[in-house]
Ligand binder design. Structure first.
Ligand code: ZN
Length: 428
């Protein structure tokens, strides 16, 4: 995952253009993405796909032609989607077009000017001082805008059921590692793994530019396909060493809202839960009232809450293979939880079944914790009325998820329970 992030890091991504295309081509070498190009001018819900931005060069140079700021050194130097400029400006005249971080003087900030016709440069504090004190400066942004397309990729992995789990990561940030490469590489590794499994549920992975990309993807989905998405997660900021953060879905009581904390508890990993709010990443598109899908978000640090956020310090040293691996481990446990989370129905609900008669105890031989396993079986049989999923049983019984899964397996093998994908209606 870190190697893929390293390959993708230098690409000059934006909400459209070759940087995103090259990024998706690299990801496609690991998982077979379907690439979608949405032409400029296409109406997607309340938005219109903008013109594509093509940057050839950008710099600020002194009278001798020496470049003080050069986009070839860092693609964060140019405000993303800047208008073309070719001018000679004094330090004072240049000042309003410079962005810097006084509280983090060595770093270059990341700024965009999407949907606004502006331009600017992002510089460290030393460059800023030199530029505003000096001049005249030759200021060049060799860019153009043209009718092109917005690029996104998706992948479907079919399970035995059409009920679907969605994973989304945004793809539009240039040379920032935690904010957005970490989400992309964890999603890629997860998809690569799931392609080797036979699963009950189906899985969809979406790689799209933030906001406009998620909206474009949603606008292109037939309603019946969206309705198959039962659970989803936005993956972002998964490469740093902070504890996990789970942001709830709009409903705040979806299966995924109950599952993720349970998984993190079972893995004994510290975490924070955040209530839904209509900001952050693309969970807010999935959670818009007309879409209303149960899509939460999993991160480590939270956006705008860590000092490296949207600066050149969010680099490949800020994310580690170990943190990425642990994030992937959490994702695999979430998938296992979703696969296992069904509604058991006790086939012998009148009184307690006579477990010995069903040969249950003979199967116990290999288990060294028979007491706990028996307790788990009794909970599954008792709450197995078709209205409680395994998560609800885990919450009521306070038993480890793994014990309950084993109890369900054993009871299923001996035909004491059936498993339903959905709650059984209460006819009373
Ligand atoms: Zn961001």
């Amino acid at each position: 995952m870190h190697r893929l992030a390293t390959d993708l890091f230098p690409l000059h991504r934006s909400i459209s253009g070759e940087g995103v295309r090259q990024t998706l081509r690299s990801v496609s070498q690991q998982i077979p993405l379907t690439i979608h190009e949405v032409p400029t001018g296409t109406q997607v819900f309340d938005w219109t796909i903008p013109q594509e931005w093509r940057l050839r060069d950008a710099f600020i140079a002194d009278a001798a032609g020496t470049r003080i700021v050069d986009v070839r050194n860092s693609n964060l130097h140019i405000v993303n989607y800047s208008q073309p400029v070719n001018a000679t400006l004094s330090g004072d005249a240049l000042r309003p077009f410079l962005h810097t971080l006084p509280e983090r003087p060595h770093a270059i900030p990341y700024r965009t000017t999407y949907f606004r016709d502006q331009w600017g440069f992002c510089v460290d504090a030393d460059q800023y001082q030199q530029l505003v004190d000096g001049g005249p400066w030759q200021v060049v942004i060799d860019a153009d805008f043209f009718d092109g397309s917005l690029t996104m990729g998706d992948l479907e992995i079919r399970g035995s059921s059409a009920r679907t789990v969605l994973f989304h990561s945004h793809t539009c940030h240039p040379s920032l590692a935690n904010d957005n490469l970490s989400g992309m590489v964890v999603a890629t590794a997860l998809a690569e793994y799931l392609r080797t499994c036979s699963t009950r549920l189906s899985y969809r992975f979406v790689f799209a530019p933030a906001t406009i990309g998620a909206i474009a993807w949603l606008a292109q989905q037939p309603q019946d396909r969206l309705q198959k998405i039962d659970h989803g997660l936005v993956l972002s900021l998964l490469g740093d060493s902070a504890e996990f953060t789970y942001k709830q879905t709009r409903s705040e009581s979806a299966t995924i809202d109950r599952l993720v904390p349970r998984v993190l508890d079972d893995l004994k990993l510290p975490y924070r839960v955040r209530a839904f709010s209509p900001d952050g990443y693309d969970e807010r598109q999935y959670g818009s009232p007309g879409i209303n899908l149960n899509v939460g978000r999993i991160s480590r640090s939270e956006h705008s809450q860590f000092p490296q956020y949207h600066t050149s310090d969010d680099n490949l040293q800020f994310i580690s293979p170990e943190s990425l691996a642990q994030s992937l481990q959490v994702m695999l446990a979430i998938v296992a939880g979703l696969e296992n989370n069904r509604y058991p129905i006790n086939r012998f609900p009148f009184g307690e079944p006579q477990l010995g008669r069903h040969g249950i105890y003979r199967s116990f031989g290999t288990h060294d914790d028979r007491g706990r396993l028996q307790e788990a079986m009794l909970w599954v049989l008792n709450l197995g009325d078709g209205r409680n999923d395994l998560l609800a049983i885990a919450q009521r019984s306070r038993l480890p998820w793994s014990d309950l899964c084993r109890a369900v397996d054993l009871l299923g093998q001996h035909e004491l329970i059936e498993l339903c994908d959905h709650p059984v209606c209460d006819n009373k």
